[in-house]
Design a protein around this ligand. Structure first.
Ligand SMILES: [Fe+2]
Ligand SMILES: [Fe+2]
Length: 395
């Protein structure tokens, strides 16, 4: 078994180029070998190869992803889903203009008085225990890099959300859902606009897409089944986004970013709400037991992927490669206070939504308990939570 070898020691003996290939292969092996269900592996495997091994997200500045869904037309324009119609009405009223954010505020990511990410986000003492002593200025630079890395991933995720929302609007069979979906396309377009503008004009640093985020986006863009797109985008990725946006919103001292995130979070709350309403209806009425089990397993595996795999390896390569091993870095990131907060916010929102759409079956409950997610079973799902409640839970 590959995992029995000390791969980081082995890799450290190799020239840098070869070492990167070996480490990429080990990462891909680790991700794919953790997936036990063969149907889930079939669904995620090709995206895993494209993202982790072929590094499609980093090979070029553009990527083509073929779509396999059908556009669903209805020439009778039925008013078929009152809850979605209500979301559509609220979404129209909740539109905002990205230009109206306080862009005049000048942002210096190295200013210790107004950090993008505060110093207690990571445990610098742990770094010095690993033999890495950083000066104050270097600490601020590492934090600024982490901030740019996170916001770059937000931006890449928003591009995925924009295209997925467009696909889902075409594919969904609820007519009220299509009208609602058109507002989500606008929302996601605005999110791309504001994150891109913030990175471009305030931080001046854009990181490439993280390979694991690429895998998830590739998987749901290329899956032809509309409900898998919904599950992937509206529940899983939106849950991930709310976790990440929520933690930065809560911790940042930078007023422009705080305002930007506050607006974006209010939109995202509607998006998850829509996902819960659409999938609850569909999963209860239209799935065979086998299809139901596949979605239960898929959601669980993707939840683990989101928990275990967003380790800012791009920041490691920039700052710490050669100074500590990849495994030491992963341990350092996953035990950092900011990461613990991110996992808590993400799963406290995600798990109740999985329950609400029926994916927390008796068969799955022990799996969630085993990985420590049992404490979130009783939380409020997105359809019961207002945007204001969501924001005040992040104070
Ligand atoms: Fe978004
Ligand atoms: Fe969204």
């Amino acid at each position: 078994m590959l995992e029995r070898f000390d791969t980081s020691r082995l890799a450290s003996m190799l020239p840098a180029r070869v070492r990167h290939h070996v480490e990429d292969a080990v990462d891909a092996y680790e991700v794919l070998s953790e997936i036990r269900d063969p149907r889930v592996l079939r669904a995620l495997g090709p995206s895993g190869v494209r993202g982790l091994l072929l590094k499609r997200g980093k090979q070029s500045s553009t990527t083509q992803m073929p779509a396999h869904h059908s556009a669903h037309f209805d020439w009778t324009y039925p008013h078929d889903q009152p809850e979605m119609a209500d979301l559509y009405r609220r979404a129209k009223e909740g539109q905002w203009n990205g230009d109206s954010l306080p862009w005049h505020i000048s942002v210096d990511p190295l200013n210790p008085e107004v950090p993008i990410i505060p110093p207690d986000f990571v445990d610098f003492e742990e770094l010095s225990r690993l033999g890495i002593q950083l000066q104050d200025k270097e600490k601020r630079e590492v934090l600024a890099s982490l901030g740019s890395w996170m916001l770059s991933q937000f931006l890449h995720g928003e591009q995925g959300a924009l295209f997925a929302a467009a696909q889902v609007t075409e594919a969904v069979q609820f007519f009220d859902g299509k009208l609602y979906g058109s507002t989500q396309v606008m929302d996601e377009g605005r999110h791309v606009e504001v994150f891109s503008r913030y990175l471009d004009t305030k931080l001046n640093k854009l990181y490439a897409i993280n390979d694991n985020l690429f895998v998830i986006i590739d998987s749901l863009m290329t899956d032809g089944r509309w409900d898998m797109k919904f599950l992937g985008m509206q529940i899983m990725v939106e849950g991930l986004a709310l976790g990440a946006f929520g933690v930065i919103y809560k911790r940042t001292k930078e007023p422009l970013l705080k305002e930007l995130l506050k607006n974006v979070i209010q939109d995202e709350a509607r998006h998850v709400h829509y996902g819960v309403v659409a999938l609850r209806e569909h999963f209860q009425k239209h799935l065979s037991p086998r299809e139901q089990r596949e979605r239960e397993d898929w959601a669980f595996e993707v939840a683990l992927l989101m928990r275990n795999r967003f380790m800012a390896m791009e920041v490691y390569e920039e700052w710490f490669e050669g100074r500590m091993t990849r495994d030491q870095w992963k341990k350092f990131v996953s035990s950092s206070p900011g990461m613990a907060d991110f996992r808590r916010v993400m799963f406290s929102r995600l798990v109740p939504n999985l329950r609400e759409i029926g994916l927390l079956s008796k068969r799955m409950i022990p799996h969630y308990e085993r990985v420590g997610l049992g404490e979130y079973f009783g939380g409020k799902s997105a359809d019961k939570l207002t945007a204001n409640e969501l924001l005040s839970s992040l104070q």
